[in-house]
Design a binder for this molecule. Structure first.
Ligand code: PEP
Ligand code: MG
Length: 578
């Protein structure tokens, strides 16, 4: 059987399926009969013991390599054994006849809600610990073993409906051979992480969970966007040769990793690195880039069982700034919401999360989180060349509010005698059409801008970047995208300020010549895209790039532009070989 989807991170692998479904508790809401109470109490105790055993085992396992995590496990055991909560749960079971799982959920939620309202940041963080313990208890109650992608039983191709950022950030990279999901497209967070770890991934494969069995052998062709089940020996051998050819091409392109991104006629473009997980493997790319064009800080929040406190953020930002030495690092404040949901924040469920409280909107609504992040960033700024950028900005009001908060936090640090870099540049992401259309006004408010083409495309085309049903409407090469880019480049260059592209288009070998031709000379991309981008740039002539950009600006459809860019790329490939 052959299934198809979108190849979002290239590679070809053969391996066994591991279907992954995160646990979602189903609470038992039916009341107990009085006769059931003794049995319910004893079932409660069994689940408690199981949860305690799990925490003990985890603590023992991580104690040596990760003592901080071991401490968290111990703290979670204390929560589980908290006498007041235990007493209340037992009372709900015996007096209110509530089933133990629902009783535990109710008590944990009540305590977490109180902690969340606390003025003390430490207490608020305890609320997320409580939710974590609640989740563990409810899973143990249901008798479901812990499933985590951070430690897999062996090399596997993960098949899931969707993956949360917390799943992808903590992936067991040794053992994840490939990723297949039913939802998600090229610009989803899963795709971004898969590319940055160079894990072959095919997303948007409807029905994959039902069609595939655990342990089933499949070929994942994440070049063509296909997967083939139970391949015959002949198919295996054909795919093995294809995989070898792919590996050879990749090795050839990789030679450009270290090259200067200078065009044939001597224009020096900038190739910057997008950083997601701030993992060592990713930061190792710093040496091949002209800085970090996008540090997606939300992954710090999404990866883990508690919200990162100021100190943890300060450490993470310092690590990234130091990795880039004296090169600029654009720290994007947390972009949570949309496809990057954060269960720890317990946000209101929105029917249109991509049009909801997302990015800077969320930061301004949860001021304490925003202030903590800005303080951590400002404190870290003395360790490198920090720039701060706000995501999901729709109007000047939000830019002004965000800048005012930043100034207040700077002044507060100053009062405390804590040093920070006064020359920090402040910029915005251009993702929302309303801000793109007033670029001439935006230039007066910011030092720079970076175009998030992933979102800009989604909002221009009104096509959810995660929704397979509208994938033909999400057009990366829609003429509106290039018109917007042309307009932005003009407005920013007229003001003597820079505009870069940090969405996936910035690392797309087909699009790079047009971007350069439009006057966008700063491109930011994941590590895996850098060699291919440099290869294209070194083969480019600026006069040709400008002519191509002018031609694209006259084109009418995504299809027409794609064909034109493919043709341009093929002609230049041939030139290079001659
Ligand atoms: C974008 O929207 O292009 C972007 C870079 O941000 P993200 O993909 O993280 O939403
Ligand atoms: Mg975005």
């Amino acid at each position: 059987m052959e299934l198809t989807g979108k190849a979002v991170s290239q590679g070809i692998v053969l391996g066994k399926v591991l279907r992954y479904t995160p646990f979602v508790p189903q609470l038992n809401t039916a009341p107990l009969s009085p006769d059931d109470v003794p049995g319910a109490l004893s079932a409660y105790e069994t689940a408690l013991a199981r949860t305690r055993d799990e925490l003990d085992t985890l603590e023992a396992r991580v104690a040596k390599d990760d003592p901080d995590k071991a401490k968290i496990m111990a703290a979670h055991r204390d929560i589980l054994e908290d006498p007041a909560m235990d007493e209340e749960i037992r009372q709900l079971i015996s007096e209110e006849l509530i089933s133990p799982d629902a009783a535990a959920a109710q008590v944990y939620d009540t305590y977490a809600a109180v902690l969340e309202k606390s003025r003390n940041a430490m207490m608020r963080e305890r609320a997320s610990d409580l939710k974590d313990v609640k989740g563990r208890f409810l899973r143990c109650w249901a008798g479901v073993p812990e499933r985590s992608l951070s430690s897999l039983p062996g090399p596997s191709i993960i098949v899931a409906d969707d993956l949360y950022p917390s799943d992808t950030v903590s992936l067991d990279r040794e053992n994840v051979l490939g990723i297949v999901t039913q939802v998600g497209g090229a610009t989803s967070h899963t795709a971004i992480i898969a590319r940055s770890y160079e894990i072959p991934a095919v997303l948007g494969v409807p029905g994959a969970m039902d069609a595939l069995r655990d342990g089933q052998e499949i070929v994942l062709d994440a070049v063509e966007g296909k997967l083939l089940t139970d391949p015959t020996p002949a198919e295996v051998s054909a795919y093995t040769s294809k995989a070898d050819r792919f590996a050879q091409q990749r090795a050839e392109t990789r030679q450009f990793l270290d090259a200067e991104p200078t065009t044939r006629d001597g224009s020096r473009l900038e190739v910057r690195l997008n950083v997601a997980a701030a993992a060592d493997a990713e930061l190792a790319g710093a040496g091949y880039a002209d800085g970090c064009g996008l540090f997606r800080t939300e992954f710090l929040y999404l990866n883990g069982d508690h919200l990162p406190n100021e100190e943890e953020q300060y450490q993470a930002y310092t690590k990234v700034l130091k990795a880039f030495d004296d090169k600029p690092v654009i720290l994007r404040t947390m972009d949570i919401g949309g496809d990057k949901q954060l269960p720890l924040l317990e946000l209101e469920k929105e029917s249109n999360p991509f049009l909801g409280i997302r990015g800077l909107r969320l930061s301004l609504a949860r001021m304490e989180l925003f202030r903590t992040q800005l303080r951590a960033a400002l404190r870290a700024s003395v360790h490198g060349r920090l720039q701060i950028m706000f995501p999901m900005v729709g109007g000047l009001e939000d830019i002004r509010k965000a800048k005012a908060v930043l100034a207040q936090e700077g002044a507060a640090l100053e009062e405390m005698g804590i040093p920070w870099d006064r020359d920090i540049q402040v910029g915005v992401m251009i993702e929302v059409p309303s801000i793109a259309l007033i670029a001439d006004l935006v230039v007066d408010e910011v030092d720079f801008a970076s175009v998030g083409t992933n979102d800009l495309t989604q909002y221009l085309c009104a096509a959810d970047r995660m929704n397979q049903a509208v994938k033909s409407y999400y057009q990366e090469y829609h003429p509106a995208v290039f018109r917007a880019l042309g307009y932005l480049a003009k407005a920013f260059s007229a003001a003597g300020k820079s505009v870069s592209v940090c969405g996936e288009l910035g690392g797309d070998p087909l699009a790079i010549p047009v971007l350069a031709g439009l006057g966008i000379h700063k491109l930011s991309m994941g590590l895996a895209s850098i060699p291919g981008a440099k290869r294209v740039i070194r083969n480019l002539d600026m006069a040709e790039a400008k002519a191509l950009a002018a031609q694209v600006q006259t084109m009418k459809t995504d299809e027409e532009i794609r064909a034109c860019l493919t043709d341009f790329s093929q002609r230049h490939e041939t030139d290079r070989r001659n």
